[in-house]
Design a protein around this ligand. Structure first.
Ligand code: UD1
Length: 429
C-alpha cells in the first residue's frame, strides 16, 4: 500500500491547478445511463472513484472512451470522456462493485427511469456514519416505483414508467436529490422536489441534463421543478471545478503561510470557506484566473464553525479546518451536523501534537504552538487530506499510511503540493 512522506515547514507558494469536481463528475457520468446517445464530459478528474465508476457503468453496458490529449493540454488538465449507453445489458449493480463506493448506488435512478427496473446493492463508501438510503427509496416510491429490499439489495420496479410527483425531503440530501432529478427527468408529467440540496454539484448535473433535453428549473435552490420528457439525447458538458479540493489547498496555504493561486477555483461556490479563511487571518482575493490565498506571518485566529448544507460550511472541509486551527492562537469549536461519525481524524491529528477534545458532535480545538511529524493513518477521504495539511505545517517527518483513500478524491496530490514547494513524496508498495 502506498504511503505519503512529508517533511513539514515549507511555506507554499505558486499556482496550483484545481481539477474537475469528484462530486460533480460521478453523478454526471451516471447520467449517461439515461440516454442511448453519447454524453461527452470534459474536465473529468483522474481519480480512483472515477475509474471505479467507469467499471460499474461498463457492467451495465456503457462504453466509455477516453479522448486523446488536445493542443495546449498538459497532465494537469482533466480528461475528456465519451460515455455511450446504447443498450443497457444489465440492470443489476452487484455488491462487490457498489460496496466500494457509495455514489454508485445512484445508478438506481436512471436505470429505473429508463428500463423500468433496477436491482442495486446497498452501498458502502467512507465509514463516516450509518448513511442509510431511506430518502432515496421514499423519493422513488413517490415517483411510482415498487420497492423491495431483499438480501442486501434494493429491487425497484416501475414497468409502466415513472410518473411525476411532489417529493419533499425531510432532510437535505445531496445523493437523493441527484437521483430524484435524474429519475424525474424521464417521468411522465411534472415533478417538484422540495427541500432539495442546493449544492453547486446539483446545479451542474441539472445544467447537463438540460443540455440532454431535460426540462429542469430551480436547480441550486431548495425547490426544483422538472417537466418529464420521453427521451434524452447527446450532450457535451464540462465538469465544474472542485470546490472541496480548492478549499483544501486554501487551508493548507493558510496553515503553512505563503502565497498560492488556486487556478480555476470559483469563488461563487466557496463563499463560506472564504469567509472562514478571512476570519482566521488569511487574505483571499478572487481573480480572473481563480482565487489567491496569502498569509504572511501573523497568528492563526481561532474560529467557531458549524458544518451545514450548502451554502453553509461543507462537512467535506471539516477535517481540513480542524488541522488548520490546531495551530491557532486560542480555542476553536467545530460542530459537525451532517454525519454522526466524522471525527476519525481527531486521534490521528493528536499523534502530531494537536490538542482536541470531543464532546458529542462538537470538537474543541486548543491551538498549540507547533505540531511534530509522526506516522499516521488515513481513515477516510477527507480525514486523510487533513493529515497531509497538518504534516505540511509540522516539524520533521510525517508519513501518512493508507493513501488509497486520498487517491479516491485528490488528483496527483504530491505533484500538486510539490509544485508549491512542499517536500512531499509517494512511497510505493
Ligand atoms: C454527498 C457527497 C459527500 C458529502 C455529502 C454531504 C458525493 C459523491 N458525496 O454524500 O462528499 O459529504 O454529500 O454534503 O457527492 N441520509 C439519510 N438517508 C438517506 C440519505 C442520506 O439519512 O437516504 C443522511 C446521511 O446519513 C447524512 C445526511 O443525510 O447524515 C446527508 O447525506 P447526503 O447529503 O445524502 O450525502 P451523500 O449524498 O452520501
Amino acid at each position: 500500500m502506498d504511503r505519503i512522506r512529508i517533511v513539514g515547514g515549507n511555506r507554499l507558494t505558486g499556482t496550483i491547478p484545481i481539477s474537475g469536481a469528484k462530486n460533480a463528475a460521478l453523478p454526471l457520468m451516471i447520467a449517461s445511463l439515461l440516454t442511448r446517445e453519447t454524453l461527452t464530459l470534459d474536465n473529468v478528474p483522474r481519480l480512483a472513484d472515477v475509474a471505479m465508476l467507469k467499471r460499474i457503468l461498463g457492467n451495465h453496458g456503457v462504453d466509455c472512451m477516453v479522448l486523446g490529449k488536445r493542443a495546449g493540454q498538459n497532465g494537469m488538465h482533466g480528461e475528456s470522456i465519451e460515455l455511450r449507453a446504447g443498450d443497457i445489458v444489465d440492470t443489476l449493480a452487484p455488491y462487490d462493485l457498489v460496496s466500494r463506493m457509495r455514489a454508485s448506488f445512484w445508478v438506481i435512478g436512471p436505470l429505473l427511469a429508463r428500463m423500468g427496473e433496477a436491482k442495486v446493492s446497498l452501498p458502502g463508501g467512507c465509514a463516516i456514519g450509518t448513511r442509510p438510503v431511506d430518502f432515496f427509496i421514499d423519493a422513488l416510491k413517490a415517483l411510482g416505483a415498487d420497492i423491495d429490499i431483499e438480501a442486501g439489495y434494493v429491487l425497484a420496479k416501475a414497468p409502466k414508467g415513472l410518473r411525476g410527483a411532489r417529493i419533499v425531503f425531510p432532510k437535505v440530501t445531496v445523493g437523493a436529490t441527484h437521483v430524484a432529478l435524474m429519475a424525474a427527468s424521464l417521468a411522465k408529467g411534472e415533478s417538484v422536489i422540495e427541500n432539495a440540496a442546493c449544492e453547486p454539484e446539483i446545479a451542474d448535473l441539472a445544467a447537463c441534463l438540460n443540455k440532454m433535453g431535460a426540462r429542469i428549473a430551480g436547480a441550486g435552490t431548495s425547490t426544483i421543478r422538472i417537466e418529464g420528457v420521453d427521451r434524452l439525447g447527446a450532450a457535451r458538458h464540462s465538469v465544474m471545478p472542485d470546490r472541496i479540493e480548492a478549499g483544501t489547498y486554501a487551508f493548507a496555504a493558510a496553515m503553512t503561510g505563503g502565497d498560492v493561486l488556486l487556478d480555476a477555483a470559483t469563488a461563487a461556490t466557496m463563499e463560506t470557506p472564504i469567509e472562514v479563511l478571512r476570519r482566521i487571518g488569511a487574505e483571499v482575493t478572487p481573480t480572473n484566473a481563480g482565487i489567491r490565498v496569502t498569509r504572511n506571518g501573523g497568528a492563526i485566529a481561532p474560529v467557531d464553525v458549524t458544518t451545514e448544507p450548502f451554502p453553509g460550511f461543507a462537512t467535506d472541509l471539516q477535517a481540513q479546518l480542524m488541522a488548520l486551527v490546531s495551530r491557532a492562537d486560542g480555542d476553536s469549536h467545530i460542530r459537525e451536523t451532517i454525519f454522526e461519525n466524522r471525527f476519525m481524524h481527531v486521534q490521528e491529528l493528536a499523534r502530531l501534537g494537536a490538542d482536541i477534545h470531543l464532546d458529542g458532535q462538537v470538537a474543541t480545538v486548543r491551538g498549540v504552538a507547533k505540531l511534530k511529524g509522526a506516522e499516521v493513518m488515513a481513515t477516510d477521504l477527507r480525514a486523510s487530506v487533513s493529515l497531509v495539511i497538518a504534516g505540511l505545517a509540522a516539524e520533521g517527518e510525517t508519513v501518512v499510511n493508507r493513501v488509497y483513500h486520498l487517491d479516491r478524491g485528490f488528483e496527483r496530490i504530491e505533484d500538486k503540493l510539490g509544485g508549491l514547494g512542499a517536500e512531499i513524496e509517494r512511497l510505493t508498495g
